[in-house]
Write a protein that binds this ligand. Structure first.
Ligand code: ITT
Length: 204
């Protein structure tokens, strides 16, 4: 049985979402930030897959426990997939979410609505204590609004508009976001992996 899984993220918003989405899994989700010491992985990969694998593997080896890590980003079609893997630091090192949203809206100034299509993509890596990796992905399509709207969520949520709901992620709130998001879709697959591992000989 897998009784606990380390959550390798330094982003408290992500950690909250992941814990909430995985709450029905019969496994304790332990944020690595609850320990006084944890590895800080250099996110120097060229893809979300590389970074997610690296974060999960380093923490799994450090704690000698099953670990999950999320690397995610916003891919805007008009910007040829940018900010993508650089979503966290689009406006520069140590920039705020607000700085990123302002830069994005400036890059899309005067771009018509039909050209403002985008997707959020989350890649989640599940790593064994020995460093074996399982990778899953989730996506959600939307449109970049001309102005930020809403106060919930984090990151690009105020500018990411879901036509089906006629609201941005930041207006929708966490309950709906966590039922339809890129992260929710990837984590449904994580649940299956963890259940299968728990039932198999691979598990601890
Ligand atoms: P960790 O690496 O420690 O997990 P991080 O914030 O550095 O935290 P990433 O490198 O995966 O995480 O960067 C993801 C960025 O993409 C994040 O900082 C946001 O700017 C954006 N992002 C990802 N998922 C998002 C979501 O659900 N809503 C809004 N923005 C999101």
């Amino acid at each position: 049985m897998i009784k606990e899984v380390i959550l390798a993220t330094g982003n408290r918003h992500k950690a909250e979402e992941i814990k909430s989405i995985l709450k029905d899994l019969n496994v304790e989700i332990v944020p690595m930030t609850s320990f006084s010491n944890y590895p800080v992985t250099a996110e120097d990969g060229a893809t979300l897959e590389e970074n997610a694998s690296k974060k999960a593997k380093e923490a799994a080896k450090f704690f000698k426990k099953w670990t999950i890590a999320d690397d995610s980003g916003l891919e805007v079609d008009y910007l040829n997939g940018k900010p993508g893997v650089y979503s966290a630091r689009y406006a520069g090192e140590n920039c705020s979410y607000d700085d990123n949203n302002k830069k994005l809206l400036a890059e899309l100034k005067n771009v018509s609505e039909e050209k403002r299509t985008a997707k959020f993509r989350a890649v989640i890596a599940v790593a064994s204590p020995e460093g074996k990796i399982f990778l899953v992905e989730g996506k959600i399509f939307g449109i970049i609004k001309e102005r930020a709207a809403g106060t919930e969520g984090f990151g690009y949520d105020p500018v990411f508009y879901i036509p089906q709901y006629e609201k941005t992620f930041a207006e929708l709130g966490c309950e709906i976001k966590n039922s339809i998001s890129h992260r929710a879709k990837a984590l449904q697959k994580v649940k299956e992996i963890i259940k299968d591992l728990s039932n198999s000989q691979l598990s601890l």
